[in-house]
Design a protein around this ligand. Sequence first.
Ligand SMILES: Nc1ncnc2c1ncn2[C@@H]1O[C@H](COP(=O)(O)OP(=O)(O)OP(=O)(O)O)[C@@H](O)[C@H]1O
Length: 265
Amino acid sequence: MSDVLELVDVSVVRDGRALVEQVSWSVAEGERWIILGPNGAGKTTLLNIASSYLFPSTGTVQILGEKLGGVDVFELRPRIGMASAALSEKLPRSQTVLQTVLTAAYGMTATWQESYDDVDEDRAKAFLDRLGMSEYLERRFGTLSEGERKRTQIARAMMTDPELLLLDEPAAGLDLGGREDLVRRLGRLARDPYAPSMIMVTHHVEEIPAGFTHVLMIRQGKVLAAGPIETELTSRNLSLCFGLPLVLDRSGDRWTAQGLPMSQT
Ligand SMILES: Nc1ncnc2c1ncn2[C@@H]1O[C@H](COP(=O)(O)OP(=O)(O)OP(=O)(O)O)[C@@H](O)[C@H]1O
């Protein structure tokens, strides 16, 4: 299996402070990674590197076999699908859901013409259907609920048939039903052998979909643990990562975590 992402000794320094420090990490083709860590740990910074939008201060990065700095990022970016709150803000609120997904095929956020190939339209509809958005094709993006917006964005990220799919906190802001619906859909995607390699950022173990295979835990810019979920996602690692005693539980293929009662801390 070849690597879709390889970071060697990567640091990002801003104003004399390391946002991520000496990170070495590789993601092989077909793997589904969770990046887990507290607020400000450096998760989005890692995702911005993986999407080729951020160059490290030191260290080397290879994305889909191309070395960052030695490749035209405009050729690389269509091969990477990304869904994040920052990207969502750039999408025009007046565009329909279908247009929002279709524009991704042309590497744009807004429509510049109304004619798209039928084949693109069929693809966009198929992805929206997979995300449970068939009923919303003509709805304006700005009128969607948070959950509907997230699902539209994931369909959009799939539109270029990416080899690497990056999801930054896809379940943030969703209610319990919305979260469970999204986690189930992501689980289905993760188990699809034809789906791209995936990296998903989250703060919560409850949001880890079934089918995700690996976890990277980060705290204050440094990697605490990285490897298969089965071995690395432990109460000990989670406690170190979030800085308080936590008990991790597994029920079937899903996870929960809670702090120890005060009397035991
Ligand atoms: N351009 C910048 N200049 C200075 N500091 C920055 C810059 N971008 C991010 N940071 C800081 O780097 C740290 C890591 O940020 P990052 O967004 O990667 O964290 P995160 O783990 O994704 O956090 P959250 O869970 O809160 O979204 C934070 O302390 C943030 O304030």
